[in-house]
Design a binder for this molecule. Sequence first.
Ligand code: ZN
Length: 297
Amino acid sequence: MLLETITRCPICEGELFSTVLQCKDFTQSQEDFQIQKCNRCNFHLTNPRPDRSSIGKYYLSEDYISHTGTSRSIFDFIYLKARETALNWKKEIISKKKYPGTLLDFGSGTGEFLQSMSKAGWNVSGVEPSELARNKANQLLQATKVTETLHLASSTQDVITLWHVLEHLHDINSTMAKLKSVLKKDGLIFVAVPNLESADAYKYRQYWAAYDVPRHLWHFSKSTMKALLQKNGFKLEEIYPMRLDAYYVSLLSEKYRNNGYHNLLSPISAFLSGYQSNRKAKADNNYSSLVYLASHA
Ligand SMILES: [Zn+2]
């Protein structure tokens, strides 16, 4: 495996980092990775991390590719129900801002969101590096709408979405720049990422499932996301809570804390933890995951 070390903060260019947590890859390799923070702007990152050529093997776990339509256990059933609710919610927040037009889903996975938006009248396209996921998406959409890399003409997209994608990308600045160039002047970008300042993140610490090392390379807060958007010529317009994530992330975190197994109490503990996280977030908006809506600055 080839590890690479980040020596310059992609947000503030700071060059001093301190280690804040040691996390395990619970779903795949069982290897340990460090979470570090930039001493200047507090941006958190997995550092060192597998480089582009060696990250692929960390995506082979069944946990990562099983959520593709069939439910095998109560946990899968809950996951699929939650995903359906989440799809409708995403469609709703977008529809409140824009009439159907062009939409790019960057990191579109197996394409369920694109299918849902296509049915609602949007002219959709997607980018997905995983061949397996990409083929499933194109099958679902009954057309080749999803490509391996981005090659849309500039200023063509009304809406761009990244649903829990940015934290997986090796170069966040060049990605944001490319996305900005394909977004229309009055276009909107929706970026969903986990929030490391949520109550569930503080509760579970190294077991918090949304650290998901080493697949999650970056770990955002409201202030670091705002800074990243600004740096790349976007203006933050709004922040939306993803309340369901607190429950799902808590359920996985309970499992990791129990040496990889659910016990009888873990669904109850997870439910309480998710509920408490959402309740606390009413005051400070630090929900487990947040969606950032931005426009051209
Ligand atoms: Zn920094």
